[in-house]
Design a binder for this molecule. Structure first.
Ligand code: GAL
Length: 854
């Protein structure tokens, strides 16, 4: 064992000599330029935002206390057809990495090229499915050849820009494959061979930085196996000489159409990170730090929403989500204060109570840092540590960089809460005009006719979501249902993901699969006419699945049977009839979504289409860009299901489907899982669709949508996202409890002073103080109430310091509020403030007893 370890250390060293490599690892941490580091990282996927947003996102990540940005590399956007590469616009990975470098941050590049990520087909290009003899993610020559080719392409591209740390660039770590463990177990020897090959292949690329592989217990050396999950404190790497890295600390969860949104309380997220660090972890990557948007048809699934907000510290639009962002920032500061002790010593664990522990790091060179934890989900605990008393809220960890003073407790959120709102803009979207796909004349473009039902992706190669299956059935006028008997039933079995069924040009119904269970059955009684009847099935792929192995065998579309039940002969199986196939929509073939394509058809006033709720309609209109800098979104609640484009750029798929499930609210204590903290039940899974500002011109922006079922486009509104209400609550310091009281740390001073910090978004100012009370107020943001202990100067003090400012800080001490409103009671300051985009510098406010003029 020892000799093996020496071998790898030597290998790394030799490699480094050769490559001037400056990243290596040992059992404690990654070493950069020979220094062990505790690194905080966050996932920001470059195609999920626009290039003009990147710098802001990365700077916010830096200000949030991150050292590194993590991104997957998305093969299918870079190589849309074999050998044709795209590294432009949202896919300009070099630019993204250079911005990271400019910000002074590191990068973890998860090349995969299988990425999962709720991304179409897990990141694989669909053409890969048609490489002869291919079998995905296993010991298969055609697959390995393609995987190696793409991995080399990326590595060489980035090397040519000197982007690896060994070349002076930001990339300190790279990942091959993704969460291979489960598949390896299923595949056995083939899986092992594949992984051994993958490890050798990437090591031979001479990047000079270590490679990782997540969720795979048998990762071959010198790759580091890492953990993904909501908690990773129990994880240990597969060899004693590898560091404990957490590549996906799930900050929230993704949303599916038909499901609610999931939120992860920041207290629990911070607790899980502190648990990981106290047990020797040295690298944490938040998945996601900014989730962003699945523009176009990039969402995986099926049925992953266009929004990939993820309840991340930066919201879908790139705005700071509080208190998540700020609380994690404080956590990172606290961890960094312990860095030298954490990287030099192993924790000494002592039991402080039944469910309470201390993890103490005492390096040889001196110093001491401690993490005091309380795993009890119900009760707070008072513990004795180093002859001092500390009080620990339930399910929390206090961090003591000097083993004496608490600078942070995971459950005590000192940061403000911000309420993000969607506010209508004054922009008018006009005039709405419509164009009908015209189901009865399905003869545009080329059609294919075959006996039997064909698989959808074979037909479309995923160039479109849509495939028409059309057939005709002759019905004898003597059938008894024409003479008073029961009408027949049409049954359509689909392997996914959705279908709209038309009989003789009329939409008779639709059916949908789910993300987990894609297969579904459409069943409905039909009105047939004597003689020929046209049956047209519009089958829809709503994002290709992204999880699993053997992608080559995955099927989509109507594979049957398709049967008419209840005819005089019993059932009539149409599965082996002559079917005609049409790939995509007529509007797609005419490029109706683009400014160049719209003039190819006659549009009509939308009134009739809206009145009749006609299915399969294209709608278009124009609008001017609203002033200001706030992020924009379309309110699509009045629409059914389809896709929307602005100036030819695809905003994504929309679907006003309502979230089922239970949203009963949740506390932060206890183990988190996505169903625990759901919001938005009974509401549309997604109502707002991000419109990047950089896609707009000042005037006459073209909006086009394709609506599958009905809806009213005239009610679509352009909204702006702002943070209007912000709240904060901070307790005063009390001498007797100083050692365990959470306080904001002021690095310019030698001691901790409790201060309340309020910040409005960029270009916004505090316009009023809706509530302020220094005393013992009750309630939470939006519903604060004063108690009998209340300093009457509270509002006036806050107004004086904050009105007209973008941000302000107010010290939480008796002296700041005149006199002590209730001596010998620990008080707090609770504030609710309103942010607005116009700066007001003077105000007149009536507080309970005083009217103050400034
Ligand atoms: C992980 C996977 C990620 C992402 C995540 C869920 O298992 O590695 O790519 O899919 O789950 O958001």
């Amino acid at each position: 064992m020892k000799s093996l370890m020496l071998f790898w250390v030597l290998m790394l060293f030799l490699n480094c000599k050769f490559m001037q490599c400056s990243v290596s690892y040992d059992r404690k941490a990654l070493l950069i330029d020979g220094q062990r580091r505790i690194l905080m990282s966050g996932s920001i996927h470059y195609p999920r935002s626009t290039p003009d947003m990147w710098e802001d996102l990365i700077m916010k990540a830096k200000n949030g206390g991150l050292d590194a940005i993590d991104t997957y590399v998305f093969w299918n956007v870079h190589e849309p057809s074999p050998g044709n590469y795209n590294f432009e616009g949202r896919y300009d990975i070099v630019k993204f990495l250079k911005i990271i470098q400019k910000a002074g941050l590191y990068a973890h590049l998860r090349i995969g090229p299988y990425v999962c990520a709720e991304w179409n087909f897990g990141g694989f290009p669909v053409w890969l499915k048609y490489v002869p003899g291919i079998s995905f993610r296993t010991d298969n020559e055609p697959f390995k050849r393609e995987m190696q080719r793409f991995t080399e392409k990326i590595v060489n591209l980035l090397k040519s820009h000197n982007l690896f740390e060994s070349q002076g660039g930001p990339i300190i770590l790279a990942q091959v494959e993704n969460e291979y463990g489960r598949l390896r177990m299923r595949l056995g020897r083939e899986g092992n061979n594949y992984m051994t090959w993958a490890a050798k292949m990437v090591t031979s690329l001479q990047t000079g930085v270590p490679w990782t592989m997540c969720k795979d217990g048998d990762t071959p050396d010198p790759l580091i196996n890492t953990c993904n999950g909501f908690y990773c404190d129990n994880f240990t790497p597969n060899k004693g000489y590898k560091p404990k890295l957490w590549t996906e600390a799930w900050s929230g969860w993704f949303t599916e159409f038909g499901g609610p949104n999931h939120q992860r309380p920041v207290q629990d997220l911070a607790f899980s990170v502190a648990r990981f660090i106290q047990t020797g972890g040295s690298f944490v990557n938040y998945y996601m730090y900014h989730g962003g948007t699945n523009f176009g048809r990039t969402a995986g699934g099926p049925f992953i929403t266009t929004s990939y907000d993820y309840d991340a510290p930066l919201d879908e639009y790139g705005l700071i989500r509080q208190p998540k962002y700020g609380h994690l920032k404080e956590l990172h500061k606290a961890i960094k204060l312990c860095e030298s002790a954490l990287v030099s010593a192993d924790p000494i664990v002592t039991q402080l109570g039944d469910r309470q522990q201390a993890h103490v790091f005492i390096p040889e060179q001196g110093g001491c840092s401690a993490f005091l934890s309380n795993y009890d989900t119900e009760s707070g605990a008072k513990v004795l540590f180093n002859n001092r008393h500390y009080s620990l809220p339930p399910w929390s960890i206090s961090i003591l960089p000097d083993c004496k003073n608490v600078v942070f407790n995971t459950a005590k959120v000192g940061e403000q809460t911000s309420h993000m709102e969607m506010v209508p803009t004054s922009t008018k979207i006009l005039p709405w005009e419509s164009y009908n796909e015209d189901v009865s004349a399905l003869d545009y473009g080329s059609t294919i006719t075959a006996l039997g039902l064909l698989e959808q992706i074979n037909m479309t190669r995923d160039t479109t979501d849509y495939l028409w299956y059309k057939t005709s059935v002759d019905i004898n006028p003597s059938e008894s249902f024409f003479h008073g008997g029961d009408r027949p039933t049409l049954i359509v079995e689909s392997t996914g993901h959705a279908v709209h069924v038309f009989v003789n040009g009329q939409l008779i119904g639709s059916s949908f699969g789910g993300r987990k269970n894609r297969r579904f059955t459409f069943s409905k009684t039909v009105n047939l006419q004597p003689g020929a009847n046209k049956i047209a099935l519009l089958s829809i792929a709503v994002g290709l699945p992204n999880v699993g192995g053997h992608f080559e065998s995955w099927n989509t579309g109507i594979l049957g049977p398709v049967v008419l039940h209840g005819l005089d002969q019993g059932k009539l199986d149409l599965s082996w009839e002559r079917w005609t196939y049409q790939v995509g929509l007529k509007g797609e073939s005419m490029n109706l979504a683009s400014p160049n394509g719209i003039s190819t058809v006659e549009w009509m006033d939308s009134k009739i289409a809206v009145q009749d709720q006609q299915p399969l309609m294209w709608h278009k209109a124009y609008f001017d860009a609203p002033e200001g800098k706030e992020p924009l979104a379309l309110d699509m609640q009045s629409m059914g299901k389809g896709q929307v484009w602005i100036n030819g750029e695809s905003i994504g798929r929309y679907w006003t489907t309502y979230a089922s499930g239970e949203c009963k609210g949740c506390g932060y204590t206890g183990r988190f899982a996505p169903p625990k903290c759901q919001v938005g039940c009974g509401k549309p899974s997604q109502r707002w669709y991000h419109v990047p500002r950089s896609w707009l011109k000042p005037t006459r922006n073209l909006i086009v949508l394709f609506e599958e079922t009905g809806g009213n486009p005239t009610k679509i509104a352009l909204m702006k996202r702002t943070t209007n209400t912000i709240c904060a609550q901070v307790s005063e310091t009390h001498r007797t409890i100083k050692s365990f009281q959470i306080e904001s740390y002021d690095s310019t001073q030698e001691f901790y002073i409790p201060k309340i910090h309020l910040h409005c978004a960029f270009n916004q100012y505090i316009s009023s103080i809706a509530f302020a009370s220094f005393g013992t107020p009750f309630g939470t943001c939006g519903s604060f109430v004063k108690s009998s202990c209340h300093a009457s100067t509270s509002n006036a003090v806050l107004e004086k310091r904050c009105i007209g400012k973008q941000s302000c800080a107010v010290t939480v001490t008796n002296s700041n509020f005149g006199k002590d409103p209730c001596p010998n009671v620990l008080k707090r300051l609770s504030v609710q403030a309103i942010c607005a985009s116009t700066k007001s510098t003077a105000t007149t406010t009536t507080t309970n007893q005083t009217t103050i003029h400034y």
